[in-house]
Design a protein around this ligand. Structure first.
Ligand SMILES: [Zn+2]
Length: 234
């Protein structure tokens, strides 16, 4: 199965929380999308692995992705080693995406920073013909970074006004993780009321930067070439 866009996340709710609106918008636009979660989330304070797998499956339906894989790399211990690089290379070669979404390279959660580095390196390695995984080589044309906790100056913002409600529905599918007064157990940053409210506020903030109601920010490492600057005024 060939995809247009493949999004990599360290944990099962990362994509929904950071670029869920954009994933829905891509599907709305007719692109083929997929998600690869690196870990099964076994170190999470709340919810079991089985619970989180069911939640991720439900959220994937709302995001309308073609596939959602899990690489079963140990949670809270995403090491940038050969074994893990090859797992990511195999996923890239399996789905042959034109564009890869990955976390910004600095974050308060080390798993996110390590995922960023791992996917960055694997995206390059996947294009080496002498690296044998039994699959044809493939190098994505573009790596696009999404924002987790730490701020960056975005290269662009995607208008997700029409997708916002569905994005919030996908986030709420993570009943064990997100604010849920009926769910027992220890509270975390993600499970607080303030956190879910902050998603709303940030979405409005980034939307405001482009004159829209809701937006999601992204960062590119390389410079974008403008073929037709009139496309900026359409
Ligand atoms: Zn995460």
């Amino acid at each position: 199965m060939e995809l247009d866009v493949l999004a990599f996340g360290a944990h099962r709710d990362d994509i929904e929380l950071t670029c869920g609106g954009t994933m829905i918008k891509l599907a709305d636009q007719g692109y083929r999308t997929g998600i690869v979660d690196l870990t099964a989330g076994e170190m999470g304070t709340r919810g079991s692995v089985e619970e989180r797998a069911k939640e991720a499956e439900q959220a994937a339906k709302i995001l309308r992705v073609q596939c959602r894989d899990n690489l079963s790399i140990p949670d809270s211990n995403i090491e940038i080693n050969r074994e893990n690089k090859l797992k990511v290379v195999e996923a890239i070669r399996r789905y042959r995406p034109k564009l890869v979404l990955l976390p910004y390279w600095e974050d308060r959660q080390p798993d996110h920073a390590h995922t960023s580095q791992l996917v960055f390196e694997a995206a390059f390695l996947a294009g080496l013909s002498k690296l044998d995984t039994g699959q044809p080589k493939h190098r994505p044309q573009r790596l696009v970074y999404y924002k987790c906790h730490y701020e960056f100056e975005p290269s662009f913002v995607v208008d997700v006004t029409e997708q916002h409600e569905r994005k919030m529905e996908a986030i709420r599918a993570y009943r064990s993780q997100i604010y849920n007064p009926n769910y027992p157990g220890e509270q975390t940053l993600i499970s607080s009321l303030e956190y879910i409210e902050s998603i709303e506020v940030k979405s409005r903030y980034y939307g405001g930067l482009i004159g829209k109601k809701h937006g999601e920010p992204f960062l590119l490492r390389e410079m974008l070439e403008a073929q037709d600057i009139m496309s900026f005024v359409v």
